[in-house]
Design a protein around this ligand. Sequence first.
Ligand SMILES: Cc1cc2nc3c(=O)[nH]c(=O)nc-3n(C[C@H](O)[C@H](O)[C@H](O)COP(=O)(O)O)c2cc1C
Length: 213
Amino acid sequence: MTKLLSLLVIGVLMFSFFAPKKAIAQEAVKTIVLPAVQKEGGMPLMEALDQRHSSRSFAKTELSDQTLSNLLWAAWGYNRDELKKRTAPSSMNKQEISIYLTLEKGLYLYNAEKHILELIKSEDLRAITGKQPFVGSAPLNLIFVANTKKQSSATSSYANVGFISQNVYLFCASEGLGTVVRGWFNADKVHKTMGLTEHQSLILCQTIGYPKK
Ligand SMILES: Cc1cc2nc3c(=O)[nH]c(=O)nc-3n(C[C@H](O)[C@H](O)[C@H](O)COP(=O)(O)O)c2cc1C
């Protein structure tokens, strides 16, 4: 009887060890405190310019919090805290652009002042940010949104996003990441799904991920 019982216990233990594990869905954390930015290193600028290109084929590999931290700072972080000025210029220093991120675990807003990510929606909204198939499976899409109360000129906002986007291109070239800036998306659908206000206007999106091997 004792032998039978121990056999049963061993059986249960072996089953729980070898049974196929269900993929655990990633939980969306309300606030992601990004690690301190690493401002040293990287590729020399002329080499990064030589490597810059658009990619449309991405591996599913996620970006680490450190890579996100460095990427977002390079894109649109504060590089002169005392003056509240940033890594990209903006027309009349209006700084009207916000960067939203679609990760598998949710939609986040980059708060550059605190260098954190704030959860907006705990849904995987990657696929809505574009009409090309890679958009939904790449680990990250940035969505550049203008605050039209701060800057009423759409032309200026497009120019301002151009600088941020090029910072992302150069960071990606330096880090061996792939990226493509995108204007082909359903603006109304993205605007509605993200829950943006009437004073927020979508400018461009940018997909980022490691190149598919
Ligand atoms: C404003 C703008 C919008 C773009 N929109 C898209 C897009 O929706 N989808 C896409 O695959 N590429 C898009 N691109 C990327 C261009 O197709 C790409 O930059 C161009 O083919 C040159 O290639 P390169 O970036 O490798 O030099 C866009 C580029 C810019 C500047």
